[in-house]
Design a protein around this ligand. Structure first.
Ligand code: GLP
Length: 263
């Protein structure tokens, strides 16, 4: 029997017998390593093709455990194939609020450790919401974040994990489709899930600054990752439920270039 090699090329969901229940393009792998290699390859191919055209490549990065293998693969490609990232502009999805940049649990720290310290994206091209600004400056900061994304022509490729509540970035259930970068209050489940690394739920910040649903939706390509049994239920809801603000991932069913990659 001829083995069909899986690929991430976008296809309209729900058009074949075997994916008749899918409202979101989904590719399922036996292991997250194989999937992460393909995701890293897609990102690096885009960086390279933009480089050849002397253009910037705008990438939206995510945090959490889901993208870590993708980051390891990107670093490997950078080293093995001498691929430079000097044409890359990055916008991270979110950051806790309040939090210092050098806090072990900050997403600034996460990105440095897992990716930015190992490849050659110019420092001035890196954008992550600031968790250490004064509360009165947040609205201005968020609107500037949006303007900066627009100034670079929008996000070419956006990586996403899924929170157990169905959040993308930190857009918790109830987030409006038209939401843009803003301050949001975290759900109890989200804080509970983060409590281990913060050494107790009482140490998890109660808020975060996150790109909005609209900000994410405007990306030209979106790859959403969900690994393992603990994400099974939310993956099923994301793919099969009707679109509802109660499950923010379902908004992506209307996006014409989103692939959910799962194991
Ligand atoms: C946090 C992040 C999300 C991430 C989620 C899932 O809430 N803000 O962007 O998708 O965690 O994390 P994990 O990938 O570890 O399951």
């Amino acid at each position: 029997m001829k083995m069909i090699k899986k690929n991430l090329k976008y296809q309209s969901p729900g058009i074949n017998e075997e994916n008749r229940y899918e409202k979101l393009h989904t590719v399922t792998f036996d292991n997250s390593q194989e999937a992460s290699i393909l995701i890293a390859r897609e990102i690096c191919d885009l960086v390279k093709s933009k480089q050849e055209k002397k253009k910037n490549c705008v990438i939206g990065f995510a945090t959490g455990s889901s993208p870590t293998k993708v980051y390891q693969e990107i670093i490997k490609i950078h080293n093995d194939e001498s691929l430079s990232f000097n044409n890359v502009i990055t916008f991270n999805l979110d950051e806790y609020f309040p939090i210092e940049k050098d806090d072990n649990n900050s997403y600034h720290n996460f990105m440095k450790e897992n990716l930015f310290d190992h490849i050659d994206i110019p420092k001035e091209n890196i954008n992550i919401p600031s968790g250490d600004i004064s509360e009165k400056d947040i609205t201005k900061f968020c609107s500037n974040y949006e303007k900066k994304i627009e100034k670079y022509g929008g996000i070419d490729i956006q990586l996403l994990g899924i929170g157990r509540t169905g959040h993308i970035g930190f857009n918790e259930p109830g987030s409006h489709f038209n939401s843009t970068t803003r301050l949001i209050t975290l759900d109890h489940t989200t804080r509970f899930d983060a409590s281990k690394s913060f050494n107790g739920i009482e140490n998890v910040p109660s808020k975060a600054i996150t790109m909005g649903i609209r900000t994410i939706f405007n990306s030209k390509r979106i790859i959403m990752m969900a690994w393992g049994i603990q994400k099974g239920l939310i993956v099923k809801k994301s793919v099969e439920n009707n679109i509802t603000s109660l499950i923010p991932t379902t908004y992506l069913q209307n996006h014409k270039n989103t692939t959910l990659v799962s194991r």
